[in-house]
Design a protein around this ligand. Structure first.
Ligand code: ZN
Ligand code: ZN
Length: 362
């Protein structure tokens, strides 16, 4: 049996510490998974820096992973009810829900006040410590929605389903996009790219606004008919172009995957009268933006919608989409690091301009 190691966040703003940990004793209903790949999410960078109010230290980061079951205690079943056994390749919803609150009962489990997320909430004194993806192993507790992967699934190409994929699926559902609608996506990171791909699948005409060459190339590849480089065009020029594309109306729907107040202002301005503005990108507190109730909202009949994380159905949707198009989505993976180089992986996600999706392969 292999050793158990984890890159542990012990102090905010400090490098992760590589620790050897005892092999955990499993409780009934738990599974020990050997991690094959874990994504580095933009929010990991925020968490490592201390910007996320949910985090308690010490913490093993990583909320998007794929792996192989090494051991189970008692019966562990997949989301569709099949018994899971050692050797099964699996992915799982990063969120765990109570299943009985009003939100869970109403099918809005992402709002469950007891929702806990691997790699985010299981820090501090909460056992087990092996509850994040920056490790060789993770313990999946009872109530985790586990999905068995088909033969030949490629882990690194699937990790983004758990966070950006599921959140994008939730956003597109929340935006209620109809075929033929003009949809503008702000931001072309993994969340933006996933949103573009799912909007294109839904039959929308997609416009992408983002930066960095590699990301804009992928935006085109994933189905954006028009792509604007933020760095090379002004907001006024983009608004002009949007009016032209839409025959003078503006966008039917804007999905903002950024946490930028400037982008939010632009998004509101390019939505048509009667249009929708949806934000899925503000993952940490970013401050206030002024809104003129009459001019910006009421007179223009604008719907404002926030999208908070995702539920298991969104994860299932993203996973099915990715399994059908793994090669295409795999192009997002620009960097791969072993666990020992987790700090370099975080650094690349934070600062390397060529990075789209950074993956740890413990
Ligand atoms: Zn994430
Ligand atoms: Zn609940």
């Amino acid at each position: 049996l292999s050793n158990v190691r984890a890159a542990v966040l012990e102090a905010f703003g400090r490098p992760l510490a590589l620790r050897e940990l005892p092999r955990p004793a499993l409780g009934a209903g738990e599974a020990l998974v050997r991690i094959a790949a874990s994504g580095v999410c933009g929010s990991d960078v925020h968490m490592a820096g201390g910007a996320d109010p949910r985090v308690r230290l010490p913490l093993v980061l990583g909320h998007e992973s794929v792996g192989v079951i090494e051991e189970t205690a008692g019966q562990v079943r997949s989301r569709d009810g099949r018994e899971l056994r050692p050797g099964d390749a699996v992915a799982w919803d990063r969120g765990v829900y109570c299943g009985s609150c009003a939100h869970c009962a109403a099918g809005r489990e992402h709002l469950c006040p007891s929702r806990r997320t691997y790699g985010i909430h299981y820090g501090g004194s909460t056992p087990p410590q092996l509850a994040g993806g920056y490790a060789t192993h993770i313990v999946l507790g009872e109530g985790t929605r586990i999905f068995r992967l088909p033969e030949g699934a490629r882990p690194a190409e699937l990790v983004s389903c758990a966070c950006s994929g599921a959140t994008a699926a939730h956003s597109v559902e929340a935006a209620a996009v109809a075929a033929g609608e003009l949809a503008v996506v702000l931001g072309a990171g993994p969340l933006g790219l996933w949103t573009i791909a799912l909007l294109a699948e839904a039959g929308a005409r997609v416009v992408a606004i983002g930066r960095r060459e590699r990301r804009l190339e992928l935006a085109r590849e994933f189905g954006a008919a028009h792509v604007f480089d933020e760095a090379a065009t002004s907001a006024a020029e983009r608004r002009e172009a949007m009016l032209e594309i839409s025959g003078g109306l503006g966008a039917d729907v804007v999905i903002d995957t950024t946490s930028s107040l400037e982008a939010a202002r632009e998004g509101l301005a390019i939505a048509r009268r009667g249009g929708r503005y949806v934000n899925s990108g503000a993952a940490v507190p970013v401050g206030e933006m002024p809104l003129r109730l009459y001019e910006d909202l009421v007179q223009r009949d604008i719907s404002l919608r926030g999208v908070w994380v995702s539920g298991s159905a969104h994860f299932a949707k993203a996973l099915a989409f990715a399994l059908a198009r793994a090669a295409a989505l795999g192009k997002m993976v620009t960097h791969r690091f072993p666990l020992e180089r987790a700090n370099e992986a975080l650094e690349a996600a934070a600062r390397d301009r060529s990075a789209v999706k950074v993956v740890l392969e413990p």
